[in-house]
Design a protein around this ligand. Structure first.
Ligand code: SAH
Ligand code: SF4
Length: 467
C-alpha cells in the first residue's frame, strides 16, 4: 500500500469515527509467519466490527495474545506475558484478555491456562478466527471465562478483511494445516488437516494486492509443496507458481515452508525458469542422521536431501539454501549429531534456524524413553551454531564486491539514512542512501560482510515500485 492510499485510509477512518471512539484492541503475535498473517486478519475483522487499534496494551480495552505452541519456551513466554498483563485487569476489570493461536488448541491447554491465569476472559482457536467479534460480544455480555476453541479443521471463509502494515510486501496463505505428523511436532494437532485455497481465489487476492502497490508476496503454508493435493483440480504448487508468475506488476514471489520430501527436481527447474520466483530455498532438514530422520518420520534420508541440494546448486548457482534443524531429539547420539555437523559442512547453508528438541504433549516423540539431557542439547546447539556462524560469515565474505538487486525496507528510526533490504536470495543488506528510497528496488554493490548481514552501496536507484 503506498503512502497516499494509507493517508486516504486514515482520513476515511477519521471521518467515520464516532464521538465515543469505541473499544480499542491490541494484538501481540508470537511464532511463525502464519500467525503474523492471522493477526493481520484479526485486526481487519475487529476494525470491520467497529473496534479501533490501540498502540500498546496499556491503552487497550481488549488485549489479544496470538500464541505459538511449537516449543515449550514459546508457551512459557505466553504464560509470562499473562502474568504481566494482570495489572491491566486490576486497573480496569472491564479489560478483556483473550488468548488465540495454537496454544489454546492443544489438548487440555485451555483449562491449564485458566488454572494458572484465571484472569483470562476468552480462549479461541486457529480454525475460526472470523468468529472473534461474536465471541467478544458473548464475553461482554458476561460469559467469562469463555473457552471456544472449535476444531482446527474448519475451512476459513474467503474475503475476510485484513489490515496489512504499509509496504510493498504481503503474506498470502495458500494451504492451512498439516498432516505429516513429524513425531516431534504439535502443528498437525493445532492447525488441523490440509486445506488448500482455490487457485482462483489466490490469484485474485494477489492481483488485488498488486493493485494496492504490493510487489513481493510470500506464499504461506506448513508445507506449501503439498498445495492442491486435497483439491479436485490439477493445480499443484508448481502450476500455482506458474500462474502467479503471470500476474502483471508482481516482482518477487517467495514461499515458506517446503518439505524436502515433496520437492521434486522439476520444481527446481520451474524456480530456475520463472523470473519472479526468488532464488531462495528454505528446506528444513531437521537432522543429518538417517536413524534420527526415520524416527522423526520425515520421509527422506540424508542422501536424497544432499542430492536435492546438489541439483539446486547446479541449476541455480546463486540460490541461497537455508534450513531448520533440531538437536537433542530423543535417542540422538554423539554419532548422530556428528552426522548433522557433517551434513552442514557438505551443504554450507546460508542460514539455519536451530532448536533444542522440546517435548510437546500429545506428540509421539514426547513418549520416547531415550530423552537427551537438557545440558547435552544445549552443548550440541552451541557447537552447531558456532560452526554454522563461521560458514555463514565465510559465504557472506565471498559476496563482497558483487552486485545484487535489493528491495529496500524502512530505515531504522535511529538511522534514517540506513535502509534494511533483502536480495532475491533473501540476504539481509544494510544500505546507506538518500531519503525516500523505502520500498524501492535498487542495484546494490556489497562492500562488507558480517555473519547475519551484508553492507552495501546503491549504484542504481532504480525506478519507483509503483506504476
Ligand atoms: N511446517 C514447517 C515448520 C514447522 S515449525 C516445516 O515443516 O518445516 C518450525 C520449526 O520448528 C521446525 O522446522 C522444527 O525445526 C522446529 N520444531 C518443531 N517442533 C519442535 C520441537 N518439538 N522441538 C524443537 N523444535 C521444533
Ligand atoms: Fe510439523 Fe512436520 Fe508438519 Fe512441518 S511438516 S508442520 S515439522 S508435522
Amino acid at each position: 500500500m503506498d503512502a497516499t492510499v494509507m493517508e486516504e485510509d486514515m482520513i476515511k477512518m477519521a471521518t467515520t469515527l464516532p464521538t465515543d471512539i469505541g473499544k480499542r484492541f491490541y494484538i501481540q503475535t508470537y511464532g511463525c509467519q502464519m500467525n503474523e498473517h492471522d493477526s493481520e486478519v484479526l485486526c481487519g475483522i475487529l476494525e470491520s466490527a467497529g473496534y479501533f487499534p490501540a498502540s500498546h496494551s496499556g491503552e487497550a480495552d481488549i488485549i489479544i495474545l496470538n500464541t505459538c505452541a511449537v516449543r515449550q519456551t514459546a508457551e512459557d513466554r505466553v504464560l509470562g506475558e499473562l502474568g504481566r498483563l494482570k495489572v491491566h485487569k486490576y486497573r480496569d476489570p472491564e479489560v478483556i484478555l483473550a488468548i488465540g493461536g495454537c496454544v489454546p488448541v492443544e489438548p487440555g491447554a485451555a483449562e491449564r491456562i485458566l488454572q494458572r491465569a484465571p484472569h483470562v476472559d476468552l480462549l479461541f482457536g486457529t480454525g475460526d478466527i472470523h468468529r472473534l467479534p461474536e465471541l467478544l460480544e458473548r464475553v461482554q455480555a458476561g460469559e467469562s471465562p469463555l473457552i471456544d476453541v472449535g476444531g482446527p479443521d474448519v475451512r476459513r471463509p474467503e474475503g475476510l478483511p485484513r489490515r496489512r502494515p504499509e509496504g510493498v510486501k504481503a503474506w498470502v496463505p495458500i494451504i492451512f494445516g498439516c498432516e505429516n505428523y513429524c513425531s516431534y511436532c504439535v502443528v498437525p494437532f493445532v492447525r488441523g488437516i490440509e486445506r488448500s485455497r482455490r487457485p482462483e481465489d489466490i490469484v485474485d487476492e494477489v492481483q488485488r494486492l498488486v493493485g494496492d502497490g504490493v510487489r513481493e508476496i510470500t506464499l504461506l503454508g506448513q508445507n506449501v509443496n503439498a498445495y492442491g493435493s486435497d483439491r479436485p483440480d490439477d493445480v499443484d504448487f508448481e502450476v500455482l507458481l506458474r500462474q502467479l508468475s503471470e500476474v502483471d506488476g508482481l516482482k518477487w514471489i517467495r514461499y515458506t515452508t517446503s518439505h524436502p520430501r515433496d520437492f521434486p527436481l522439476r520444481l527446481v527447474d520451474a524456480v530456475a525458469e520463472l523470473a519472479p520466483v526468488c532464488e531462495h530455498f528454505h528446506l528444513p532438514v531437521q537432522s543429518g542422521s538417517d536413524r534420527v530422520l526415520h524416527r522423526m518420520n520425515r520421509g527422506y534420508d540424508r542422501t536424497t536431501y544432499m542430492a536435492l541440494v546438489d541439483y539446486i546448486r547446479e541449476r541455480i548457482p546463486d540460490a541461497s539454501i537455508t534450513t531448520d534443524v533440531i538437536v537433542g531429539f530423543p535417542g540422538e547420539t554423539e554419532r548422530d549429531f556428528l552426522d548433522t555437523l557433517d551434513l552442514f559442512e557438505y551443504v554450507r547453508f546460508d542460514g539455519a534456524f536451530s532448536f533444542a528438541y522440546s517435548p510437546r504433549p500429545g506428540t509421539a516423540a514426547a513418549t520416547f524413553s531415550d530423552q537427551v539431557p537438557e545440558e547435552e542439547k544445549k552443548r550440541r546447539l552451541h557447537r552447531l551454531n558456532e560452526r554454522q556462524y563461521e560458514i555463514a560469515r565465510e559465504k557472506n565474505e565471498q559476496r563482497v564486491g558483487r552486485t545484487y538487486e535489493v528491495l529496500l525496507e524502512e530505515p531504522a528510526p535511529a538511522h534514517p539514512e540506513v535502509y534494511r533490504g533483502r536480495t532475491s536470495a533473501n540476504h539481509l543488506v544494510l544500505v546507506e542512501g538518500p531519503l525516500g528510497m523505502t520500498h524501492r528496488f535498487c542495484r546494490v554493490r556489497i562492500t562488507a560482510a558480517q555473519t547475519f548481514q551484508l553492507r552495501g552501496e546503491i549504484i542504481d536507484g532504480g525506478g519507483t515500485t509503483h506504476g
